[in-house]
Design a protein around this ligand. Sequence first.
Ligand SMILES: C[S@@+](CC[C@H](N)C(=O)[O-])C[C@H]1O[C@@H](n2cnc3c(N)ncnc32)[C@H](O)[C@@H]1O
Length: 535
Amino acid sequence: MKMAKPELTSNRIGLLPFLVVILIVAHVIAFVSLLVLQISNRQDIPENEEALERKIGGGVKQEIGSDMLLRSVIITNSLWVRSQRHILSFLVRRLCVSAHVFTSVSSRKGLGIDEGCNDFLPWLENKAGVEISSLLSIGKSANGRALYAAEDIQTGDCLLKVPFSVQLAPDNLPPGITCLLGDKVGDVAKVALLILHEKRLGHKSEWAPYISCLPVLEDMHGSVFWSDEELEMIQHSALYEETLKQKQQIEKDFLALKLVFDQFPDRFQNVTVEDFTYAYGLVTSRAWGSSRGVSMIPFADFFNHDGTSESYVLSDEGKQHSEVIADREFAPGDEVLIRYGRFSNATLILDFGFSVSCNRYDHVQIKLNVPQHDVLCTQKLQLLGRHRTRSIKDDNEFTYSENSFIIREVRPGSKWGKGIPQSLRAFARILTCNSQQELDNLRNEATQNDGRLARKPFKNKNREIAAHQLLLSEVSHLITEYEKHIKLLVPTPPFLCERSAPRRRLALDLLTGELRVLKSASAWLENYCSMLRTH
Ligand SMILES: C[S@@+](CC[C@H](N)C(=O)[O-])C[C@H]1O[C@@H](n2cnc3c(N)ncnc32)[C@H](O)[C@@H]1O
């Protein structure tokens, strides 16, 4: 695709010698400017441009056989095109950083200038000793810092490459601290500790330019930062319990780190659980799982999230870097977004402190219990205990207990109620059994098949309707609760202060999204029951 770009396919032979001279001069200036930069920063950059190019050339060979996305990079990027752009844009940025080339692009798109971050990328590239990105610049958006196209970007372009060596992971902690950490301290807590450590070092920290770009506490809205009053807004959602669990985990980690705080009072004096929660929130909102456990990836963590994007952070263990490939074209000044994951609003609010309206990954947790007053309660629990086969871990989301189920939005026209799990419908069939004979039939059917209980519809239509009516009444009850609660939040309730406004919006997004899921399930269940009645 890039080969079709006019400036690269130009046939105007008369201009060719002129272009070649410019190119040679540009290469020489690039080389000299790199040398000057190295000397002025008194830092050891291990590779010069030539070695850098060799590395990229060698890297292409290694990419073959890697996953599809990496292979498509090779198809769309000829090495020549890559290396030309690489050196030229590197040069342009080095020479023009203070001239705000990107600022003019940003202001054209109505974006704010991010004065604080002008020197961030040059600093990081210096630290890494390689170019990280020639295509992106840092700017300000309505959602905090963001990355913008600094020039035309084509689908398949490599947007950035951040070497593992400049990522912050648990093994960056000083050995004296690491040896005090027991097995109980998780990776998120370790990176949070690292951030606290570097923060205390201030400008003496080797990460100071990065640490100073991280958001302040007032701008963080993850639900672990919400007050009790604010949390009340989401008490009907599974996010409520999940937030309490996360808060407990943070407190546990904080206590487990007490030994470190006591041993190094000069580095961690007066660290409070609030300070630790803040650092913990920074990690959950901007770190990726990695072969080093959990890694903060400077510069890549300025990407904002778009659930529909097909770009995400890839980890190349062979080349020891993280990279992101463009999933579409971008014009200069466009914000470039990636997908953090297929996350519901509940997860986005818990870990990142934002939500998206009409989130297609929204879901609702529904809990069913065998009532104690059911005369067959013991028999049902025994049967369920013997035939538990389903997995209850939902990828990328919360883990649920055995009697909770996840409902997703049932798309209109869905014949099989995709979105309502079969395991939930099976559970409802067991709940509606009103004789030992019915339970025995379900047990026999399970034994003759794959061992899972009540997966087939009851042969008796009325029994099948009863099972689904039971579900319908559970769902209808939740709908009523959600509707009541949403009404209470519009307009702003008196128990919330002005500062809570962004969090109220998050709560509303969460509840309306979950209500939409519930209503879709209700409509499908109604339809299923009326279809059974009429056939
Ligand atoms: C990985 S950081 C992205 C860079 C961040 N904007 C900054 O200022 O450094 C994730 C944070 O960016 C913000 N964010 C990312 N995508 C967003 C979106 N689609 N809507 C609102 N906020 C978003 C949230 O505050 C989130 O916690």
